[in-house]
Design a protein. Structure first.
Ligand SMILES: C[S@@+](CC[C@H](N)C(=O)[O-])C[C@H]1O[C@@H](n2cnc3c(N)ncnc32)[C@H](O)[C@@H]1O
Length: 229
């Protein structure tokens, strides 16, 4: 992490990267024809979001796996409510890169396949605009592995990272390993689906926690660790 790094500088570095790669966009001008607001998601009302935003006031929050934006919008609501001048950066392929999102018919329908290719990014933007978070949310449309490399190359440092992309053990382990170095000392790493229904998530989190001697916290379904100062 660069010396003398302040929260404001962390946010400025992220915005500079987005400018540089052409992704600091005016969401009001993006194409969302045919999409109505639809905030379906998973566990976005969990108290863990309130806990993280209220107590740590993160300026740079990175979310891995955003889908239609429900959890990112929840965090942006809290950013607004706690008057944090923060940004929630949403990393997603918007391709439904989880087998269950393709195998389960109801989920597959939400991918809105058009000529055999998912078309749900407009839904995410529609929801962001509908909830008025155009200045609090930004997107990075790529795999989490690619995003980790790109953010590191630009020296971006996160105050908090929320992990909810791939749910296989290897995917969760790779996301944790890829984003831990991007987290500031004292930063928060947390994620979804620490449940018996997602044994890969549980194994990956448990292994990381044991290897790094961390204290595992969380709620009924979410996990959380704090990076040592
Ligand atoms: C469970 S959904 C996210 C749900 C969202 N956090 C919410 O609460 O509504 C998982 C998302 O992760 C994305 N995803 C899965 N693997 C990914 C990867 N390796 N890189 C980027 N996005 C990925 C999928 O496209 C999908 O939109």
């Amino acid at each position: 992490m660069p010396e003398q790094d302040t929260p404001t500088e962390r946010k400025a570095r992220l915005l500079a990267m987005l400018d540089d790669i052409g992704l600091n966009l005016d969401y009001d001008r993006l194409q969302t024809t045919g999409f109505e607001p639809d905030l379906q998601g998973w566990g976005d009302q969990d108290p863990i979001f309130d806990y993280v935003l209220r107590h740590f006031h993160p300026l740079v929050v990175i979310e891995l796996g955003s889908w239609k934006g429900a959890s990112a919008i929840r965090m942006a609501d809290l950013v607004r409510d706690f008057s944090i001048p923060g940004i929630v950066l949403c990393v997603d392929t918007w391709l439904g890169s989880n087998e269950s999102l393709w195998r389960v018919a109801e989920n597959r329908k939400m991918l809105r396949l058009r000529d055999g290719y998912p078309d749900m990014f407009g839904q995410f933007i529609r929801n962001v605009v509908h909830t008025g978070h155009q200045t609090r949310i930004r997107h990075l449309p790529m795999t989490s592995g690619c995003a980790a490399g790109l953010l590191a190359a630009y020296g971006v440092v996160a105050d908090a990272v929320y992990v909810d992309a791939g749910h296989d053990e290897a995917e969760v382990a790779a996301d944790i390993a890829g984003f831990w170095p991007l987290l500031k000392p004292g930063g928060i790493l947390f994620g979804d689906d620490y449940t018996t229904g997602w044994p890969g998530t549980v194994r990956a989190v448990n292994r990381f926690v044991a290897e790094h001697g961390l204290k595992l916290m969380g709620t009924e379904v979410k996990w959380l660790v704090r990076k040592p100062e």
